[in-house]
Design a protein around this ligand. Structure first.
Ligand SMILES: [Zn+2]
Ligand SMILES: [Zn+2]
Length: 247
């Protein structure tokens, strides 16, 4: 399993980082976790081919996590004339939210006849869903976004990659991260609680309970980025756009 960080930023462009998007190469397939509005830009920058991606796993329905599907559709339709099917997994109502976003930004785009099938699958709490070689288990977190938000646990080929999505600290992160080879954790701030997001102090305090082999901090605000040098636990690494990791 090879992970490429396409975007490690928040919704505000902090640090000049692109919005959330992780690319995962598995034997015989490529998948994405989240697809922020800048996903196609980030993939083009890194020489990753959006057409090779067969599945996109979406954590929650905020624009910096699913908005890129709109540009994905344009790219697939007009640039590569994609014919391969694309599966998108996400919270209940994702197909409708995608269609509404596409229509708002590019009127007519959601209704244009496609050469490829876009298949939407909805999560059910703590119920594994198998797509290709990946078994994804969603755990509901706390982050109001018009539909239930989830942390995701992806298992494939004996490896476990998990992701907090956006959330304040919740205990459902424990089954998400347990035994994971890598847990990607949003870490919006260092120690000041801001909205429905996590702080480094929340994560640090729970590292043993989370039980992941490695933890990667992401979705950092400017304030968190300024203090990231103070994160020194050997299990923890800091995401950067373009970074790759063998899992
Ligand atoms: Zn976000
Ligand atoms: Zn969010």
């Amino acid at each position: 399993m090879k992970l490429t960080v396409v975007g490690s930023g928040d919704a505000f462009g902090s640090g000049g980082r692109l919005q959330t998007c992780y690319h995962v190469t598995l034997p015989g397939e490529e998948v994405l976790i989240d697809c922020g509005a800048t996903a196609v830009i980030g993939m083009q920058r890194l020489g990753l081919d959006p057409d090779r991606v067969s599945t996109i796993f979406i954590s929650h329905l905020h624009g910096d996590h699913f908005g890129g599907l709109v540009w994905w559709l344009l790219y697939a339709h007009y640039v590569t004339k994609r014919t391969a099917p694309l599966t998108i997994t996400g919270p209940a109502g994702i197909a409708e939210r995608f269609a509404a976003a596409a229509e708002a930004l590019f009127p007519g785009s959601a209704k244009t006849e496609r050469r490829f099938e876009m298949r939407f699958l909805e999560y059910a709490e703590a119920t594994p869903l198998t797509v290709g070689s990946v078994r994804v288990t969603p755990f509901e977190v706390s982050h109001p976004s018009g539909a239930p938000p989830y942390a995701l646990r992806l298992e494939s080929g004996g490896k476990i990659l998990s992701f907090s999505g956006d959330t304040e600290w919740v205990e459902s992160l424990l089954p998400t991260a347990k035994g994971a080879d890598l847990f990607i954790a949003e870490c919006f701030s260092f120690d000041v609680q801001v909205g429905y997001h996590m702080t480094w102090r929340n994560i640090e305090k729970n590292l043993d309970r989370l039980g992941a082999k490695r933890v990667m901090l992401t979705h950092m605000s400017d304030a968190m980025l300024a203090q990231r040098g103070e994160v020194r636990d050997p299990r923890v690494l800091l995401a950067e756009d373009g970074m790759t990791l063998d899992i």
